[in-house]
Ligand binder design. Structure first.
Ligand code: SAM
Length: 251
């Protein structure tokens, strides 16, 4: 069962998934495919591809080395609060919750049907404590209930980095991390990233490129976690009103 995921997790994280974790990943796969027949959650449904491009790709955020954590000072994702913006079918949040069951996970999506399904899947996996929120990042990021309340913010395949940074950085408190998993040629996307990060109270740290275990070494498969630390508060003006971050990206 899930051999590609098991072997990939060994290579990527040096970890052996437990029987309970594997059972949860298998159930997640089955739920994803079943719901996908009714609602478009993902274009990737083939068993091997889901293991690599959804599960392993999500788990890459758990690697201290790929996050560029200082030597001997890996930050503990287990037990941290993490908000996943534009979670869609639950990536990367739910695989991280399977890896770290004590993760305080909040999944956000602007499409109500998707958050409905996410709630169902989380319950099926036995995660009663996953918070699922239907809303837009631009509004929640200005709400006192969510603003600067999280240790980690992430979002995958939601928007170009400058837009995603404006969505995500307001959610983390000073001392937290914004982790954006990205792939392909990122030069244009990251051109003004240090200045944009600074505007939002953040500072980008250097991180290595990698390819996922089992994937070919092509430019398109080259991945990087773009990790932004947050030494300062985000100015109240960010995120700007709904639609503006995407229409007029910072930078
Ligand atoms: N993160 C998932 C993944 O990697 O498979 C889903 C990616 S999907 C392409 C992008 C998701 O982001 C969609 O479900 C969409 O509804 C959501 N989204 C886009 N803009 C958003 C915003 N401003 N606030 C909240 N959700 C947003």
């Amino acid at each position: 069962m899930l051999e590609t995921l098991q072997e990939g997790t060994r290579q990527l994280l040096g970890l052996e998934l437990t029987r309970e974790q594997l059972q949860r990943f298998q159930l997640y796969y089955e739920e994803l495919v079943a719901w996908n027949a009714r609602l478009n959650l993902t274009a990737i449904t083939e068993y091997e591809a889901v293991q690599t491009r959804h599960f392993l790709d999500s788990l890459s955020l758990a690697s201290p080395e790929l996050r560029g954590d200082a030597a001997g000072k890996a930050f503990k994702m287990a037990g941290s609060s993490l908000i996943d913006i534009g979670a869609g079918g639950g990536f990367p949040g739910l695989p991280l919750k399977i890896l770290y069951p004590d993760l305080k996970l909040t999944l956000v999506d602007s499409v109500g049907k998707k958050t409905g399904v996410l709630g169902e899947i989380a319950r099926k996996l036995g995660f009663e404590d996953v918070q699922v929120v239907n809303g837009r990042a631009e509004e929640l990021g200005q709400s006192p209930d969510y603003r600067e309340k999280f240790r980690v913010a992430t979002g995958r395949a939601v928007a170009a980095w400058p837009v995603l940074a404006e969505y995500c950085l307001p959610f983390i408190h000073p001392g937290g991390l914004f982790i954006a998993p990205k792939k392909g040629d990122l030069k244009a996307e990251l051109k003004n990233s240090p200045a944009i990060a600074k505007l939002l109270g953040g500072k980008i740290r250097p991180t290595p490129e990698f390819v996922l275990p089992g994937e070919a070494e092509t430019v398109g498969n080259r991945r990087r976690l773009i990790v932004t630390e947050k030494p300062k508060h985000t100015p109240r003006t960010y995120p700007r009103r709904t639609g503006l971050p995407a229409r007029q990206p910072l930078g």
